[in-house]
Design a protein around this ligand. Structure first.
Ligand SMILES: CCCCCCCC(=O)SCCNC(=O)CCNC(=O)[C@H](O)C(C)(C)COP(=O)(O)OP(=O)(O)OC[C@H]1O[C@@H](n2cnc3c(N)ncnc32)[C@H](O)[C@@H]1OP(=O)(O)O
Length: 216
């Protein structure tokens, strides 16, 4: 395990693999979140559950660290605590099965109840976040690590909860440091939302691009 300083002063800890125990805790916390939303328990049970959760929190805080960004090369160089695909972040849906084939980036996601916006549908902001992340992955894989400066999302149909969804993204063109990319999310083969983004290649971000390109 090693720690590397980044250009903005933050430290990123390199870990060899996704820690099994931490992922297990994150999975259980996802269960707790789901149970919390659906519970109809009486007050005494809610009080008891709150105490147990507090005990678990104290247990986890017994050994803590300041660094939140932990990266393992086994998941493509993205933090295992990333908000969208981090397997150890219980708030991440998470986006899984990321792949890069012939310039196309793809991934899978199933939104939990916690992602509900309109009844039975995923919140549009969370749909946009997943698209944004897939776009970032596509740009990083195709060109270099970049940050979003503009994203436009068109919502075409309901993006359901609890159903497997496919996300695809690709780079459309490159103009200096500006990268134009597009992505879509599908349920059962039908597009529910599409996104177009402009991303700016930023020096100093961890790069996962398979090939370096000239940005002159
Ligand atoms: C692999 C991991 C996947 C993760 C993906 C996650 C994606 C994200 O969520 S990133 C987080 C959200 N985004 C941000 O926080 C970015 C905030 N913005 C910034 O920090 C800065 O704008 C930054 C660093 C990106 C660029 O700043 P800077 O280096 O000064 O570039 P700047 O000169 O302003 O702009 C570069 C070019 O982009 C253009 N540009 C900037 N903003 C826009 C915009 N909104 N629309 C169109 N063009 C723009 C500029 O006009 C300029 O063009 P040109 O080179 O032709 O003159």
């Amino acid at each position: 395990m090693s720690v590397s300083p980044q250009s903005d002063g933050r430290e990123i800890r390199l870990v060899p693999n996704v820690p099994v125990g931490t992922k297990l805790v994150a999975d259980r916390v996802r269960d707790v979140i789901d149970a919390c939303i659906h519970t109809d328990s009486p007050a005494a049970d809610l009080e008891a559950a709150a105490q147990l959760i507090e005990q678990a929190t104290q247990l986890l805080r017994k050994r803590s660290r300041d660094t939140s960004l932990q990266v393992t090369r086994s998941n493509g160089g993205i933090s295992i605590n990333n908000a969208i695909e981090g397997p150890c972040n219980p708030v991440a849906p998470p986006l899984t099965d990321l792949a890069y084939v012939d310039g196309e980036t793809s991934g899978c996601v199933t939104f939990p109840t916690a992602a509900e916006g309109p009844p039975g549908r995923a919140h549009g902001g969370l749909v946009a976040a997943v698209l944004d992340h897939a776009l970032g992955r596509a740009v990083a894989w195709t060109v270099a690590a970049a940050m979003t400066v503009s994203i436009t999302v068109d919502y075409r149909a309901a993006t359901p909860l609890h159903q497997p969804l496919c996300v695809t993204a690709r780079v459309v063109s490159v103009d200096g440091r500006k990268v134009f990319a597009e992505a879509e999310i599908r349920y059962d083969g039908q597009i529910t939302a599409v996104a177009k983004a402009i991303m700016i290649v930023v020096a100093g971000l961890p790069s996962i691009a398979p090939t370096a390109v000239s940005l002159d």
